[in-house]
Design a protein around this ligand. Structure first.
Ligand SMILES: NC(=O)c1ccc[n+]([C@@H]2O[C@H](COP(=O)([O-])OP(=O)(O)OC[C@H]3O[C@@H](n4cnc5c(N)ncnc54)[C@H](O)[C@@H]3O)[C@@H](O)[C@H]2O)c1
Length: 270
């Protein structure tokens, strides 16, 4: 994409861990589309160092921030405005983590400290980002904030575990904060509900390979790739989608509106 759709826009991109990350693809495409931005991730994720390659490639600075810490977020947003030379036009929240999933705890037997962390990292962090940005008046009018979610917020996918609860909360925060930020500054807030995608977070889910194959066969267009998700994010950051806010936008090849496909029926006849 070299249409300069984001020319002159400034952003903050959360969650680029490695080349597979959806946020990584968004950063590459935002750079090509003419945006300038700051990359951020949890201090612990910095140790792997891969984000520095992306920073070099996209001519951007990296500021570590734990998205659950309002202190870190304040520093991140303030420094980003200084580095980028003005208020922010777009933010990508591409953050998810469940200690219960990581430790193999069953949904009916979760550790509640872990459960709290899942919600804080994967959902409340969006509220914290928005509240901090609003307090600092850091987002320009008609700015756009996108968070990534999954259809387990609406329907049961057993192995998605407590991340399903986190995604429901994330989508609720999107609606509620979208209302208040819309009224106050015309800032829009949306979630993109992405197909299962091979990334570090995706692969943490039990039975992911079988599941991604099932999803592929249940989607008339097939699973959406990370690159295609990045395309959609760029469109949502651009001025071409100015009146879209408080929405959960499915980017899933049609999966969410499909009851069954012939391919799946045929499997049962085998
Ligand atoms: N991969 C999929 O199948 C899929 C499908 C739908 C939605 N999503 C969502 O997309 C988003 C990005 O995930 P991904 O698949 O690119 O995987 P990823 O593992 O590359 O990205 C997750 C990111 O969250 C960051 N993170 C974790 N804790 C943090 C904290 N405390 N502060 C700041 N950052 C923190 C990680 O460092 C990592 O960069 C997540 O919200 C995920 O739930 C993924």
């Amino acid at each position: 994409m070299s249409n300069q759709l984001l020319k002159g826009k400034r952003g903050i991109i959360f969650g680029a861990l490695n080349e597979m990350s959806i946020a990584w693809k968004v950063a590459e495409q935002a750079h090509e589309a003419g945006a300038t931005f700051v990359l951020t991730n949890a201090p612990i994720a910095m140790r792997m160092g891969e984000i520095n390659n992306l920073a070099e490639k996209t001519n951007s600075k990296v500021i570590p921030a734990d998205a659950t810490s309002t202190e870190d977020l304040e520093k991140l947003i303030q420094e980003s405005m200084e580095i980028l030379g003005g208020k922010i036009d777009f933010i990508l929240h591409s953050i998810g983590m469940s200690p219960n999933v990581r430790k193999g705890k069953h949904y009916t037997d979760v550790n509640y400290n872990f459960y709290g962390q899942t919600l804080d990292v994967s959902a409340t962090s969006l509220h914290k980002v928005l509240a901090t940005a609003m307090k600092l008046d850091a987002i320009n009018d008609w700015g756009s904030v996108v968070a990534l979610t999954y259809i387990a917020a609406q329907r049961i996918f057993p192995d998605y575990n407590d991340m399903a609860d986190a995604k429901s909360l994330l989508e609720s925060i999107t609606r509620s904060f979208g209302y208040h930020y819309g009224i106050k500054k015309k800032v829009r807030v949306n979630t993109i509900s992405q197909s299962p995608t091979v990334t570090t977070a995706g692969q943490g889910i039990k039975g992911f390979t079988e599941f991604i194959n099932f999803s592929e066969q249940m989607s008339p267009l097939g699973n959406a790739s990370a690159e295609a998700c990045a395309d959609y994010c760029i469109a949502m950051f651009s001025d071409l989608t100015k009146y879209v806010t408080m929405q959960n936008l499915f980017h899933d090849g049609g999966f969410s509106n499909t009851g069954v496909t012939q391919q799946v029926i045929d499997k049962f006849g085998e």
